[in-house]
Design a protein around this ligand. Structure first.
Ligand code: SF4
Ligand code: SF4
Length: 387
């Protein structure tokens, strides 16, 4: 799917009508809303539940909601959740088994109803994250039929990024701030003297059909260029960046770096970074039974490579140290993900930086590894010259 030129402009009423049109199709509309001091993702019954007038301030290990005078709805950065909470839920029952009075055991596969989601306000970095999870979970070795069912019915409305946060680095990862592909509709929010409005681009036939049921006007040149300028300005204001090197090669060449000890001394191995990461997909299974033993269930739940049990083989965990677990996570994200899935496992959303309780910063770690490698290569060159 490729992005198309600007087609329409919605005002606030148009946004209300968009949510109504999606709900009238029987879709569960999910989008950002304010709850518990954060912008979270939840079901929306009306556009008025969007976080109008709220932004966020983020830093390593820090997140704060801040009021905005302009009343913008999509001027916040990534919150603690991502869309994987809906497409690849934290816990899911796979099957149950019952033993009858005659001792016979019957199994029943869990067949969840196929939800028809409409995700409203998907950031470009999160569009890329959904594409990464599609690649992992809809085919090949890690295929997950529950994910595929939920994903097939999902309608995606992107919200281009015009207010990057201090922990964002999507430009380094080529995943933002513009929405390029993977959406049904893409919005760019504009608040200026000409009013509060949303430029809309159509990305699919389904998007065109929904838009046709919403009051709108044809996009004027001024609104289109204001929207482009706002996204271009966001590109220049990214809070962070990755070192401009081949990260795949960098991580592959620094497995024995001293920096891993440094980060291991700070890392709590809490796994927060994996829980908030929109691409992390690892799960484990748990079997539970009732007290009689006549009813049992198998559940799938998110797992984390920071858990000791994650790499447990007979006799103990393969990755017993914090150094080995952090290295596994970062090396997989930025390097070996390419070997497995043909892309980076990082989309530059910054969540792992914001929600790390001790503020460990993936961009800082990559830069430190780069510096250490460059230093090592310089010393090797100098030694060879002296020989
Ligand atoms: S890097 Fe941060 S969030 Fe991730 S496991 Fe370590 S302390 Fe937890
Ligand atoms: S590794 Fe961090 S910045 Fe990259 S996608 Fe995951 S949470 Fe976002």
């Amino acid at each position: 799917m490729s992005s198309s030129p600007a087609t329409a402009v919605l005002d606030r009423n148009g946004l209300d009508a968009l949510v109504e049109a999606l709900r009238a199709e029987g879709r569960t509309v999910v989008g950002p809303t304010v709850r518990d001091g954060a912008v979270v993702l939840d079901e929306l019954t009306a556009a008025g539940q969007l976080p109008f007038g709220w932004g966020s301030e983020v830093e390593a290990g820090r997140y704060r909601l801040v009021p905005r005078a302009d009343g913008a709805a999509f001027a916040h950065t990534a919150g603690p959740q991502s869309w994987k909470a809906f497409l690849h839920p934290q816990r899911e029952k796979l099957w149950s088994a019952d033993r009858a009075a005659d001792g016979r055991v019957s199994f029943a596969a869990e067949r969840p109803v196929r939800p028809s989601y409409a995700f409203l306000g998907v950031r470009p970095c999160d569009l890329r994250a959904i594409a990464v999870q599609d690649n992992v979970l809809t085919g090949g070795y890690y295929r997950d039929d529950g994910y595929r069912r939920r994903r097939e019915g999902a309608f995606l409305i992107a919200a281009e990024c015009t207010e990057p946060g201090a922990t964002c680095f999507c430009v380094s990862m080529g995943s933002g701030p513009a929405a390029e592909a993977g959406f049904d509709l893409a919005l760019t929010e504009i608040v200026d003297d000409a009013g509060h409005r949303f430029l809309v681009r159509v990305g699919s036939a389904a998007g065109e059909a929904v838009l046709s049921r919403v009051p709108r006007r044809v996009a004027d040149e001024e609104t289109a260029s204001t929207a482009r300028n706002a996204v271009d300005a966001a590109r220049e204001r990214m809070g962070r960046s990755m070192p401009p090197v081949d990260l795949r090669t960098l991580l592959g060449g620094t497995l024995e770096a001293d920096r891993w000890d440094d980060v291991a001394a700070r890392c709590l191995t809490c796994g927060n970074c994996t829980m908030v990461c929109p691409t992390c997909f690892c799960t484990t299974t748990e079997d539970v039974s009732d007290l009689t033993g006549d009813h049992a269930e198998r559940w799938q739940r998110w797992d984390s490579c920071f858990d000791l049990d994650f790499s447990y083989l007979h006799g103990g965990p393969v990755r017993a140290s914090a150094r080995s677990r952090y290295r596994q996570w970062l090396t997989h994200k930025l390097s070996t993900w390419y070997d497995q899935f043909g892309s980076s496992g990082c989309v530059g959303c910054g969540r792992c930086i914001t929600w790390c309780p001790v503020g460990i910063d993936i961009t800082e770690e990559a830069a430190a590894l780069h510096d250490e490698l460059a230093d090592r290569l310089r010393r090797q060159d100098a030694e060879e010259t002296q020989r």
